[in-house]
Write a protein that binds this ligand. Structure first.
Ligand SMILES: [Zn+2]
Length: 334
């Protein structure tokens, strides 16, 4: 295993080369450009900006206190299906990603409903006129550019139809910092291994990256992430996802086998000082055991993933150590 410590934010997306590819967004086939970033492809969404009106939910929808969901009209649901993600843009500096949690068949075509708490993510508690857009960035950009513009980039590394291990970082960039770099560190440390990576990185240049871009792991829909869709049916033997939590230490969850979790715990425990390293119990917050969790449904059996939740201190001071421990464990398996 090579011991590489040189991964930096800047290197991802430099030397962008345009490549033509076919991507699917929300069920609409469209030709989109993909851009090479290191050995990853940045997946671009087709250019789309639909005028919308955003207003309150109806009590019967049960979405009033949901910060992350909205409803669309029956007309919009033909393209933006239930369970998929959309970007709602209020103006040039206020936009965020939402999951379509309800379809209102008889609503006016351009009406989006969300609770006050969800509208407040866009800096207002009022109704407003805005635009509906794809979640993903429309242009090729480096991570540095995405950070500057407060954007969201999806990148995939998958050169040979790998089936061994998929390494996921759904909440990279500023959402759960250093998790995307960890995914890349592992891939970089195992250069000839049967592995692929999927990283999403988002930033808010003027507020909370998390509030703008977080989509919980059980809601991430491949129709909204063409890069994920391209490997969604692969049936990987192993999947591991890097995440951030507020609680101290590292929590090892997911639907994967207990023996694998114990091996990971022992390897990680050895490199993170006095921080606790715990195996999640079913029902724990962030246990990652739901079959709806992307890290589980990406595996061949549909339930075998490993989810690593890490405190800010771990991701700040030990992110390479944890990545190295993870690489060591999977190196012997794939
Ligand atoms: Zn996360």
């Amino acid at each position: 295993m090579k011991n590489k410590h040189h991964i930096t934010r800047r290197s991802f997306g430099t030397g962008l080369a345009g490549l033509a590819g076919v991507a699917t967004f929300a069920g609409v086939n469209a030709v989109s450009n993909m851009a090479l970033a290191g050995n990853e492809l940045q997946i671009l969404a087709p250019s789309l900006m639909v005028p919308i009106e955003v207003t309150s939910t109806l009590k019967s929808q049960g979405l009033n206190s949901d910060k992350w969901m909205c409803s669309v009209s029956g007309e919009f649901a033909k393209k933006f299906k239930l369970g998929t993600q959309i970007r709602v843009r209020r103006n040039g500096s206020e936009y965020a990603v939402y999951t379509v949690g309800d379809v209102r068949e008889d609503d006016p075509a351009n009406l989006i409903r969300m609770g006050k708490i969800a509208r407040e993510r866009l800096g207002t508690s009022d109704s407003f006129e805005g635009r509906l857009m794809p979640t993903l960035a429309l242009k090729p950009m480096t991570d540095d550019e995405a950070e500057t513009y407060g954007e969201f980039v999806e990148r995939v590394y998958d050169t040979k139809e790998h089936q061994g291990l998929v390494i996921l970082a759904p909440h990279g960039g500023g959402i759960e910092f250093n998790t995307d770099l960890q995914a890349r560190w592992v891939a970089d440390a195992l250069p000839d291994a049967d592995l692929s990576t999927w990283c999403c990185s988002g930033w808010h240049n003027n507020g909370s990256d998390y509030t703008r871009w977080h989509v919980t792991s059980t809601k991430i829909h491949p129709a909204s992430f063409p890069g994920l869709a391209s490997i969604a049916e692969r049936g990987f033997a192993y999947a591991v996802s890097f995440h951030g939590q507020k609680a101290d230490g590292v929590l090892i969850g997911g639907g994967g086998p207990i023996e694998l979790k114990e091996t990971l715990r022992d390897e990680i425990k050895a490199v993170v000082g006095n921080h606790p390293v715990t195996i999640a119990e079913p029902g724990d917050h962030n246990s990652g055991m739901s079959a709806e969790n992307v890290v589980n449904w990406m595996t061949a059996g549909g339930s075998g993933g490993i989810q690593l939740e890490q405190s800010p201190e771990i991701r700040d001071g030990y992110w390479i150590d944890v990545a190295e421990a993870v690489a060591k464990v999977y190196e012997s398996l794939i």
